[in-house]
Ligand binder design. Structure first.
Ligand SMILES: Cc1cc2nc3c(=O)[nH]c(=O)nc-3n(C[C@H](O)[C@H](O)[C@H](O)COP(=O)(O)OP(=O)(O)OC[C@H]3O[C@@H](n4cnc5c(N)ncnc54)[C@H](O)[C@@H]3O)c2cc1C
Length: 384
């Protein structure tokens, strides 16, 4: 039973069929070879899946975040998740589409849509963490150029990206206060340094620390209007959370499917283990939780696509929280269901343990979502 239009059902079925031709064996091989899953990325781009949300005039599908999150969910549900979908077409694609200059839209949107260009996103800093108001990466004018100085951490996919969409701060000429501004920084910019962080994860995307000191950028690196930095950031945050929720829902489905298949046939006493309620009830609970998370994700996507950024923010935060919890619980319970096999590489569930755990931390932590709901939805006072 589905409430989705015929068109969306067809997109879902097409992505699912495509993603199943890759799956955990392909991802594991890429991991062992330390190779980005280019084949999967490029084919998904060619088929139009990465660019479903990019406007048609730039070669995209002309749909919205509903469709893009649907693609991410189905890829993850087949064990073929691509974290860079969150940053490249979702965060950067939406920001550039809504706020970029005509030249920036022309330069980036076609490539972000067909996957031939990758933009990653850098906001997190070592001394700011969850408190984005505390970032100190600074951009100052030098003639018509900009000079950027700062440091970022945990930036995903820098090694495979063409450029980083970097969040910095500029000084307000009138008040002297710092306000956010976004810059497109090509990876080969002189003075742009990046070093991999040794992460305990099994992801195709690596994380990096970035360093730059008086890095010179031309005027046209600034995204859109220098006064629209905060609005640009907000335009990127909802897609980020909706896509994180899609990853969580998809990975919960992936783990649950594997656990259910196993529980139907594995018999160690008289009946298959799935007949024991100690096994079946937690799986049923996860099914309910992931369906609820998915519904909230779809609500957030519908509101975003209708242009309701404020309404979408609450739903996107709630969806992200619920999907992360569903994913962490699903993977843990799937490992439990498979017993020893749950921790073999062959069954690809133990390998998901750390990956699903990311979702409680990034792109926004569980606690910061709870703060958002406590303060904004419930009107409770802030502790910070
Ligand atoms: C795999 C991975 C990929 C990432 N990719 C990117 C990327 O591409 N680009 C990017 O910019 N960033 C990226 N990040 C960074 C990510 O967004 C941050 O890790 C996240 O926002 C949390 O910041 P932090 O790690 O500094 O934790 P901290 O802010 O130091 O928080 C530590 C703990 O304290 C809690 N805490 C902090 N303040 C409060 C409070 N007021 N109330 C209650 N609890 C609080 C947090 O919830 C958390 O549990 C990535 C991170 C990971 C792990």
């Amino acid at each position: 039973m589905t409430t989705e239009s015929q068109e969306r059902q067809e997109l879902r079925a097409a992505v699912s069929k495509f993603a199943a031709t890759y799956g955990p064996k392909y991802m594991e091989k890429c991991h062992r070879d330390d190779e980005y899953p280019w084949e999967l990325w490029r084919e998904a781009g060619k088929l139009g899946f990465l660019g479903v949300n990019i406007p048609e005039e730039f070669g995209g599908g002309g749909a919205g975040m509903y469709e893009l999150s649907l693609v991410a969910e189905e890829l993850n549900a087949q064990g073929s998740g691509l974290l860079l979908m969150v940053v490249s077409p979702a965060i950067c694609g939406n920001i550039i589409n809504r706020f970029g200059t005509p030249e920036q839209r022309q330069q980036w949107l076609p490539g972000l849509g067909d996957g031939s260009k990758i933009l990653v996103f850098g906001i997190t800093e070592p001394d700011a963490g969850s408190n984005a108001h505390r970032i100190t990466t600074t951009a100052k004018r030098d003639g018509s150029d900009w000079l950027l100085t700062g440091r970022k951490v945990f930036i995903s996919g820098v090694d495979v990206a063409d450029a980083v969409l970097l969040v910095a701060r500029t000084e307000d000429a009138k008040t002297g206060s710092l306000k956010p501004a976004l810059f497109i920084v090509p990876r080969d910019t002189p003075g742009f340094e990046y070093k991999p962080i040794d992460m305990a994860l099994r992801l195709p995307e690596h994380q990096f620390s970035l360093y730059f000191d008086d890095m010179r950028l031309p005027a046209e690196s600034l995204v859109g209007d220098p006064d629209a930095g905060l609005m640009q950031l907000f335009a990127g945050l909802n897609p980020e959370r909706i896509m994180a929720a899609a990853g969580g829902v998809g990975s919960a489905r992936y783990a649950l499917d594997r656990a259910v298949d196993y529980a139907k046939t594995r018999t160690v006493f008289k009946v298959p283990i799935g007949a024991h309620q100690a096994i079946s009830h937690p799986l049923a609970q996860i099914k309910i939780e992931l369906e609820l998370a998915k519904l909230m994700m779809q609500k957030a996507a519908v509101l975003y696509d209708e242009g309701d950024d404020f309404g979408s923010a609450e739903a996107a935060n709630m969806a992200k929280y619920a999907a992360a919890e569903a994913s962490v619980r699903a993977v843990d319970q799937a490992v439990q269901t498979l017993g020893g096999n749950g921790l073999t590489v062959e069954y690809d569930l133990g390998t998901q343990l750390a990956n699903s755990r990311i979702m409680r931390i990034a792109p926004v932590s569980r606690e910061m979502v709870l703060n958002y709901v406590a303060n904004n939805t419930l009107g409770l006072p802030k502790s910070y």
